[in-house]
Design a protein around this ligand. Structure first.
Ligand code: NAD
Length: 299
C-alpha cells in the first residue's frame, strides 16, 4: 500500500520504520531536516512537501505536536494548498497526534467535507512502543474506516481499540491519562506519608503492590527507587513518560472537562500540579518525579 506519513519526529520516525519493514511504500515529509534524514535511512521516500507526499497515497498518517498543526496542514496555510485539497478523493486520513477532542472532530469534519475518510488514532506506549511496534491505538471514527485502517495499525501496535465515533480516540486518551496522573500523585503521597510515619518504601510497596491499592503507578512505574527495577526512579527519573507530555495531555483533559462541564476535583488538581512542575523546569523528567515536589512541600 502507498502510505503518506507526515511528522517524522520521535514517534513518527520509528512508526514509519515498522511500516516499511512490513513491505509498505512509505512517502514521508517533515520540515526538520534531521527527521527527514533519519526516516530516509529507514527506507522512507522523502517528498518536498506534505502535499507532494499525499498525492497518489491511499492512506495519510499525521503525527504532529498539536491540533493546531493538524488543522493547519489539513487546510493549508501560508499559501500552501493543504493536504485535503491535494489528496485524491476518498483518501483515508489517520491522525495519530494527541490533540483535543474538539480539534479531532473538526479535523475529521474537514476531511469528510473534502470527500475523504478520517480517523483519530492517538497512541500510548511512547517512543519505545513506537520502535517495538507495541503501541496502543485508541481509534475514533466510523466502523468501516476502522476496519480499513486495522491492518496498518496492527503493524505499529499491539492493542487497537475502536472507541466510538470521531473524537472518541482522543476522548479515551484524555480519560486514561487523567486517571494515570491522579494515581501517580496518589501513589507518591502514600509513599511520602509512609516515609513520614517511619515505614520503609519496600514494606509499603510489598503491601500496596498486592493489595487493593495496586495500580500501574505503583507496580510498573513506582515513584520511589528500589522496589521496581525498571522504574525511571532508579535512573534519576529519566523518562519514561516525560512530565512535559503529561502536562500537555492534562491540558487536553482540562479542555474536555471544561467543554463538558464535568466536575473532577482530582483531575483538575493533577493538571495544576503537573503544569507547575513542568513550569518549574522539570518537564524533561519522568512524570513519576512529581514525588520530589510532594516531598519538598512536606520537608
Ligand atoms: P516530535 O516533536 O518529536 O515530532 C513531531 C514532528 O512533526 C516534528 O518533527 C515536526 O517537525 C513535524 N511536523 C510539524 N508540522 C508538520 C507538517 N505540517 N508536516 C510535516 N511534519 C510536521 O513529537 P513526538 O514526540 O513524535 O509526538 C508526536 C505526537 O505524539 C504528539 O502529539 C505527542 O503528544 C504524541 N505522543 C508522544 C509520545 C512520546 O512519548 N513522545 C507518546 C504518546 C503520544
Amino acid at each position: 500500500m502507498r502510505i503518506a506519513f507526515l511528522g517524522l519526529g520521535n514517534m513518527g520516525g520509528p512508526m514509519t520504520r515498522n511500516l516499511v519493514a512490513a513491505g509498505h511504500e512509505v512517502v514521508g515529509y517533515d520540515p526538520v531536516e534531521a527527521a527527514r534524514r533519519t526516516a530516509e535511512a529507514a527506507g522512507v521516500s522523502i517528498s518536498g512537501s506534505g502535499e507532494e507526499a499525499v498525492r497518489g497515497a491511499e492512506v495519510v498518517f499525521t503525527m504532529f505536536p498539536s491540533g493546531a498543526h493538524v488543522l493547519a496542514a489539513y487546510r493549508g496555510e501560508g499559501g500552501a494548498e493543504g493536504l485535503l485539497a491535494a489528496a485524491a478523493p476518498g483518501t483515508l486520513f489517520i491522525d495519530s497526534s494527541t490533540i483535543s477532542v474538539d480539534e479531532a472532530r473538526e479535523a475529521a469534519g474537514l476531511a469528510r467535507d473534502a470527500g475523504h475518510r478520517a480517523l483519530d488514532t492517538p497512541v500510548s506506549g511512547g517512543v519505545a512502543g513506537a520502535a517495538a511496534g507495541t503501541l496502543t491505538f485508541m481509534v475514533g471514527g466510523p466502523a468501516e474506516e476502522y476496519e480499513a485502517a486495522l491492518p496498518l495499525l496492527e503493524v505499529m501496535g499491539r492493542k487497537i481499540v475502536h472507541c466510538g465515533e470521531s473524537g472518541a480516540g482522543q476522548a479515551t486518551k484524555a480519560c486514561n491519562n487523567m486517571l494515570l496522573a491522579v494515581t501517580m500523585i496518589g501513589a507518591s503521597e502514600a509513599f511520602v506519608l509512609g516515609e513520614k510515619l517511619g515505614l520503609s518504601d519496600e514494606v509499603l510497596y510489598e503491601v500496596m503492590s498486592s493489595s487493593a491499592a495496586q495500580c500501574w503507578a505503583v507496580t510498573t512505574n513506582c515513584p520511589v527507587p528500589g522496589p521496581v527495577g525498571t522504574s525511571p526512579a532508579n535512573h534519576d527519573y529519566a523518562p519514561g513518560f516525560a512530565t512535559a507530555l503529561m502536562a500537555k495531555d492534562l491540558g487536553l483533559a482540562l479542555a474536555a472537562l471544561e467543554a463538558t462541564g464535568t466536575r473532577a476535583e482530582f483531575g483538575r488538581a493533577a493538571q495544576r500540579l503537573y503544569e507547575e512542575f513542568k513550569e518549574s523546569g522539570h518537564g524533561g523528567l519522568d512524570f513519576s518525579a512529581i514525588i520530589q515536589r510532594i516531598r519538598e512541600e512536606n520537608a
